[in-house]
Design a protein around this ligand. Structure first.
Ligand SMILES: CC(C)(COP(=O)(O)OP(=O)(O)OC[C@H]1O[C@@H](n2cnc3c(N)ncnc32)[C@H](O)[C@@H]1OP(=O)(O)O)[C@@H](O)C(=O)NCCC(=O)NCCS
Length: 244
Protein backbone atom coordinates (compact mmCIF):
# COMPACT_ATOMS: atom_id res chain seq x y z
CA UNK A 1 0.00 0.00 0.00
CA UNK A 2 1.30 3.45 -0.91
CA UNK A 3 2.10 5.70 2.05
CA UNK A 4 2.53 8.84 -0.02
CA UNK A 5 0.52 11.71 1.48
CA UNK A 6 -2.29 12.87 -0.83
CA UNK A 7 -1.62 16.54 -0.01
CA UNK A 8 1.20 18.89 0.82
CA UNK A 9 0.81 21.68 3.34
CA UNK A 10 1.33 25.14 1.84
CA UNK A 11 3.24 26.97 4.53
CA UNK A 12 3.25 30.45 3.01
CA UNK A 13 -0.42 30.26 2.00
CA UNK A 14 -1.45 28.94 5.43
CA UNK A 15 0.24 31.88 7.13
CA UNK A 16 -1.10 34.40 4.61
CA UNK A 17 -4.73 33.22 4.67
CA UNK A 18 -4.56 32.41 8.41
CA UNK A 19 -5.91 28.89 8.05
CA UNK A 20 -4.59 25.40 7.20
CA UNK A 21 -4.13 25.32 3.41
CA UNK A 22 -2.99 22.25 1.47
CA UNK A 23 -2.63 21.27 -2.16
CA UNK A 24 -3.74 17.89 -3.45
CA UNK A 25 -0.93 16.11 -5.29
CA UNK A 26 -1.56 13.69 -8.17
CA UNK A 27 -5.38 13.91 -8.06
CA UNK A 28 -7.07 10.64 -8.94
CA UNK A 29 -10.69 9.62 -9.53
CA UNK A 30 -10.19 6.28 -7.74
CA UNK A 31 -12.77 6.01 -4.90
CA UNK A 32 -10.20 4.73 -2.38
CA UNK A 33 -7.98 7.75 -3.11
CA UNK A 34 -10.84 10.15 -2.42
CA UNK A 35 -11.57 8.36 0.87
CA UNK A 36 -7.86 8.56 1.78
CA UNK A 37 -7.82 12.25 0.88
CA UNK A 38 -10.86 12.97 3.08
CA UNK A 39 -9.30 11.10 6.00
CA UNK A 40 -5.91 12.78 5.61
CA UNK A 41 -7.57 16.23 5.56
CA UNK A 42 -9.59 15.42 8.68
CA UNK A 43 -6.52 14.00 10.48
CA UNK A 44 -4.49 17.10 9.61
CA UNK A 45 -7.24 19.61 10.51
CA UNK A 46 -7.21 21.04 7.00
CA UNK A 47 -9.36 24.15 6.45
CA UNK A 48 -8.90 24.48 2.72
CA UNK A 49 -7.59 22.24 -0.07
CA UNK A 50 -6.80 23.30 -3.60
CA UNK A 51 -6.29 21.05 -6.60
CA UNK A 52 -5.33 21.53 -10.24
CA UNK A 53 -6.94 19.08 -12.68
CA UNK A 54 -6.28 18.96 -16.46
CA UNK A 55 -9.40 20.06 -18.38
CA UNK A 56 -9.56 16.80 -20.33
CA UNK A 57 -9.64 14.64 -17.15
CA UNK A 58 -13.41 14.90 -17.00
CA UNK A 59 -13.99 11.95 -14.66
CA UNK A 60 -11.50 13.23 -12.08
CA UNK A 61 -13.11 16.65 -12.30
CA UNK A 62 -16.58 15.17 -11.69
CA UNK A 63 -15.36 13.07 -8.77
CA UNK A 64 -13.77 16.07 -7.05
CA UNK A 65 -16.88 18.21 -7.58
CA UNK A 66 -18.99 15.40 -6.09
CA UNK A 67 -16.58 15.36 -3.12
CA UNK A 68 -17.34 19.03 -2.39
CA UNK A 69 -14.65 20.81 -4.40
CA UNK A 70 -15.74 23.91 -6.35
CA UNK A 71 -14.32 25.13 -9.62
CA UNK A 72 -12.85 28.60 -9.22
CA UNK A 73 -10.68 29.05 -12.30
CA UNK A 74 -9.75 27.63 -15.66
CA UNK A 75 -5.98 28.10 -15.90
CA UNK A 76 -4.40 28.37 -19.31
CA UNK A 77 -0.62 27.91 -19.66
CA UNK A 78 1.10 29.39 -22.69
CA UNK A 79 4.68 29.13 -23.97
CA UNK A 80 6.77 31.13 -26.43
CA UNK A 81 10.27 31.05 -27.74
CA UNK A 82 12.17 33.89 -26.06
CA UNK A 83 13.47 34.92 -29.48
CA UNK A 84 9.98 35.80 -30.74
CA UNK A 85 9.48 38.71 -28.34
CA UNK A 86 8.75 42.08 -30.00
CA UNK A 87 11.52 44.43 -30.98
CA UNK A 88 11.96 47.13 -28.35
CA UNK A 89 10.59 50.53 -29.32
CA UNK A 90 11.51 53.17 -26.76
CA UNK A 91 7.97 54.47 -26.09
CA UNK A 92 8.52 54.07 -22.36
CA UNK A 93 11.56 53.63 -20.10
CA UNK A 94 12.09 50.03 -18.97
CA UNK A 95 14.56 49.25 -16.18
CA UNK A 96 15.13 46.76 -13.39
CA UNK A 97 13.00 47.31 -10.29
CA UNK A 98 14.56 48.85 -7.20
CA UNK A 99 13.43 48.61 -3.57
CA UNK A 100 12.30 52.24 -3.82
CA UNK A 101 9.69 51.18 -6.43
CA UNK A 102 7.92 48.82 -4.04
CA UNK A 103 5.22 51.21 -2.77
CA UNK A 104 4.10 52.12 -6.30
CA UNK A 105 4.31 48.52 -7.46
CA UNK A 106 2.19 47.36 -4.52
CA UNK A 107 -0.43 49.95 -5.36
CA UNK A 108 -0.77 48.87 -9.01
CA UNK A 109 -0.62 45.12 -8.32
CA UNK A 110 -3.28 45.41 -5.61
CA UNK A 111 -5.74 46.75 -8.22
CA UNK A 112 -4.70 44.69 -11.23
CA UNK A 113 -5.47 40.99 -10.74
CA UNK A 114 -9.12 40.97 -9.74
CA UNK A 115 -10.10 38.18 -12.14
CA UNK A 116 -7.96 35.61 -10.35
CA UNK A 117 -9.23 32.52 -8.52
CA UNK A 118 -8.73 34.08 -5.09
CA UNK A 119 -11.31 36.77 -5.85
CA UNK A 120 -13.62 34.10 -7.31
CA UNK A 121 -13.61 32.23 -4.00
CA UNK A 122 -15.89 34.06 -1.53
CA UNK A 123 -13.95 32.65 1.43
CA UNK A 124 -11.06 34.98 0.61
CA UNK A 125 -11.93 38.61 1.49
CA UNK A 126 -11.32 40.94 -1.49
CA UNK A 127 -9.14 43.31 0.55
CA UNK A 128 -6.89 40.41 1.54
CA UNK A 129 -6.70 39.36 -2.15
CA UNK A 130 -5.62 42.91 -3.06
CA UNK A 131 -2.92 42.65 -0.40
CA UNK A 132 -1.93 39.21 -1.71
CA UNK A 133 -0.93 40.64 -5.09
CA UNK A 134 0.79 43.62 -3.46
CA UNK A 135 2.79 41.16 -1.36
CA UNK A 136 3.47 39.00 -4.42
CA UNK A 137 5.18 41.79 -6.39
CA UNK A 138 7.05 43.00 -3.31
CA UNK A 139 8.40 39.50 -2.66
CA UNK A 140 9.44 39.24 -6.30
CA UNK A 141 11.36 42.53 -6.06
CA UNK A 142 12.96 41.38 -2.78
CA UNK A 143 14.48 38.36 -4.49
CA UNK A 144 11.86 35.69 -5.10
CA UNK A 145 12.00 36.46 -8.84
CA UNK A 146 15.25 36.34 -10.80
CA UNK A 147 14.47 39.67 -12.39
CA UNK A 148 11.71 42.30 -12.20
CA UNK A 149 11.39 44.93 -14.92
CA UNK A 150 9.37 48.09 -14.45
CA UNK A 151 7.99 50.51 -17.01
CA UNK A 152 8.59 54.10 -15.95
CA UNK A 153 6.74 57.10 -17.33
CA UNK A 154 6.66 60.70 -16.10
CA UNK A 155 8.33 59.82 -12.76
CA UNK A 156 5.88 56.97 -12.08
CA UNK A 157 5.85 53.21 -12.36
CA UNK A 158 3.20 52.18 -14.90
CA UNK A 159 3.88 48.45 -15.33
CA UNK A 160 5.85 45.44 -14.11
CA UNK A 161 7.01 42.04 -15.29
CA UNK A 162 8.72 39.54 -12.97
CA UNK A 163 10.40 36.38 -14.14
CA UNK A 164 11.73 33.23 -12.49
CA UNK A 165 14.20 30.90 -14.15
CA UNK A 166 13.38 27.22 -13.89
CA UNK A 167 15.96 24.87 -12.45
CA UNK A 168 17.64 22.42 -14.83
CA UNK A 169 16.22 24.00 -17.98
CA UNK A 170 16.53 27.10 -20.13
CA UNK A 171 12.88 27.99 -19.44
CA UNK A 172 11.70 30.95 -17.40
CA UNK A 173 8.22 31.53 -15.98
CA UNK A 174 6.51 34.88 -15.77
CA UNK A 175 5.60 35.36 -12.13
CA UNK A 176 3.47 38.50 -12.44
CA UNK A 177 2.84 41.00 -15.22
CA UNK A 178 0.58 44.02 -15.23
CA UNK A 179 0.13 47.55 -16.47
CA UNK A 180 -1.57 50.35 -14.54
CA UNK A 181 -5.27 50.12 -15.56
CA UNK A 182 -5.21 53.80 -16.59
CA UNK A 183 -2.29 53.21 -18.99
CA UNK A 184 -3.26 49.96 -20.70
CA UNK A 185 -3.36 49.42 -24.47
CA UNK A 186 -0.55 51.87 -25.14
CA UNK A 187 2.23 49.39 -25.81
CA UNK A 188 3.61 49.27 -22.25
CA UNK A 189 3.38 45.48 -21.83
CA UNK A 190 4.83 45.06 -25.33
CA UNK A 191 7.81 47.18 -24.26
CA UNK A 192 8.24 45.05 -21.11
CA UNK A 193 8.14 41.85 -23.19
CA UNK A 194 10.65 43.27 -25.67
CA UNK A 195 12.98 44.03 -22.79
CA UNK A 196 12.42 40.57 -21.37
CA UNK A 197 13.37 39.08 -24.76
CA UNK A 198 16.69 40.95 -24.68
CA UNK A 199 17.36 39.80 -21.11
CA UNK A 200 16.54 36.17 -22.01
CA UNK A 201 18.99 36.25 -24.94
CA UNK A 202 21.65 37.68 -22.62
CA UNK A 203 21.26 35.07 -19.86
CA UNK A 204 20.51 32.04 -22.05
CA UNK A 205 16.76 31.63 -21.43
CA UNK A 206 15.22 30.16 -24.58
CA UNK A 207 11.56 29.68 -23.63
CA UNK A 208 9.07 31.69 -21.60
CA UNK A 209 6.06 30.15 -19.83
CA UNK A 210 3.07 32.09 -18.50
CA UNK A 211 -0.29 31.16 -16.97
CA UNK A 212 -3.52 33.12 -16.86
CA UNK A 213 -7.27 32.63 -16.55
CA UNK A 214 -9.25 31.43 -19.58
CA UNK A 215 -11.58 34.37 -18.89
CA UNK A 216 -8.77 36.95 -19.07
CA UNK A 217 -9.39 38.07 -22.66
CA UNK A 218 -6.94 41.02 -22.63
CA UNK A 219 -4.08 38.82 -21.39
CA UNK A 220 -4.86 35.91 -23.73
CA UNK A 221 -5.13 38.26 -26.70
CA UNK A 222 -1.89 39.94 -25.67
CA UNK A 223 0.04 36.67 -25.25
CA UNK A 224 -1.23 35.14 -28.47
CA UNK A 225 -0.33 38.25 -30.46
CA UNK A 226 3.16 38.12 -28.93
CA UNK A 227 4.14 34.63 -30.08
CA UNK A 228 2.69 32.55 -27.22
CA UNK A 229 0.66 29.42 -27.86
CA UNK A 230 -1.49 27.42 -25.46
CA UNK A 231 0.24 24.41 -23.94
CA UNK A 232 -2.23 23.33 -21.23
CA UNK A 233 -5.67 24.01 -19.83
CA UNK A 234 -6.47 23.03 -16.25
CA UNK A 235 -9.15 23.67 -13.66
CA UNK A 236 -8.42 25.01 -10.18
CA UNK A 237 -10.83 23.70 -7.56
CA UNK A 238 -11.07 24.69 -3.91
CA UNK A 239 -12.68 22.86 -1.02
CA UNK A 240 -13.35 24.40 2.37
CA UNK A 241 -14.11 22.77 5.70
CA UNK A 242 -14.62 26.13 7.41
CA UNK A 243 -18.18 27.54 7.63
CA UNK A 244 -19.16 30.17 4.99
C1 LIG B 1 -2.53 42.02 -20.27
C2 LIG B 1 -1.90 43.40 -20.06
C3 LIG B 1 -0.58 43.21 -19.30
C4 LIG B 1 -1.61 44.04 -21.44
O1 LIG B 1 -0.93 45.27 -21.20
P1 LIG B 1 -1.01 46.49 -22.24
O2 LIG B 1 0.08 47.46 -21.89
O3 LIG B 1 -2.39 47.01 -22.29
O4 LIG B 1 -0.67 45.76 -23.64
P2 LIG B 1 -0.10 46.44 -24.95
O5 LIG B 1 -0.68 47.82 -25.10
O6 LIG B 1 1.39 46.30 -25.03
O7 LIG B 1 -0.70 45.45 -26.05
C5 LIG B 1 -2.01 45.63 -26.45
C6 LIG B 1 -2.54 44.28 -26.93
O8 LIG B 1 -2.88 43.47 -25.78
C7 LIG B 1 -4.20 42.92 -25.98
N1 LIG B 1 -5.14 43.66 -25.13
C8 LIG B 1 -4.80 44.55 -24.15
N2 LIG B 1 -5.93 45.00 -23.53
C9 LIG B 1 -6.96 44.40 -24.14
C10 LIG B 1 -8.35 44.43 -23.94
N3 LIG B 1 -8.92 45.21 -22.99
N4 LIG B 1 -9.14 43.66 -24.72
C11 LIG B 1 -8.60 42.86 -25.66
N5 LIG B 1 -7.27 42.80 -25.93
C12 LIG B 1 -6.47 43.56 -25.16
C13 LIG B 1 -4.52 43.14 -27.45
O9 LIG B 1 -3.89 42.09 -28.17
C14 LIG B 1 -3.81 44.46 -27.70
O10 LIG B 1 -3.50 44.66 -29.07
P3 LIG B 1 -4.44 45.67 -29.92
O11 LIG B 1 -4.52 46.94 -29.11
O12 LIG B 1 -3.71 45.80 -31.22
O13 LIG B 1 -5.75 44.98 -30.02
C15 LIG B 1 -2.88 44.35 -19.29
O14 LIG B 1 -4.17 44.24 -19.87
C16 LIG B 1 -2.98 44.12 -17.79
O15 LIG B 1 -2.16 44.59 -17.02
N6 LIG B 1 -4.02 43.39 -17.35
C17 LIG B 1 -4.25 43.16 -15.90
C18 LIG B 1 -3.24 42.22 -15.29
C19 LIG B 1 -3.23 40.89 -15.99
O16 LIG B 1 -4.25 40.39 -16.39
N7 LIG B 1 -2.01 40.32 -16.14
C20 LIG B 1 -1.80 39.11 -16.91
C21 LIG B 1 -2.31 37.87 -16.32
S1 LIG B 1 -1.60 37.43 -14.78
Amino acid sequence: MSTTAPCVRLQWDSEWWRCEVVRVVAPSSAPEKIVALEKWCADHHVDMAMVLIPSDEVTTLEVFVAAGFQRVDNRVTLVASASTMPVFRPTVVIRKAEFGDIAELRDIASRNHRGSRFYEDPHFPNERCDEFYAEWIENDVRGRADVVFVAHEEQHIVGYLSLRRQEDSTDATISLVGVDPARQRRGIASALFAHMGQWCAHVGVTRVVVATQATNDPALSFYQSHGFSIRASEHWLHRWWLPD
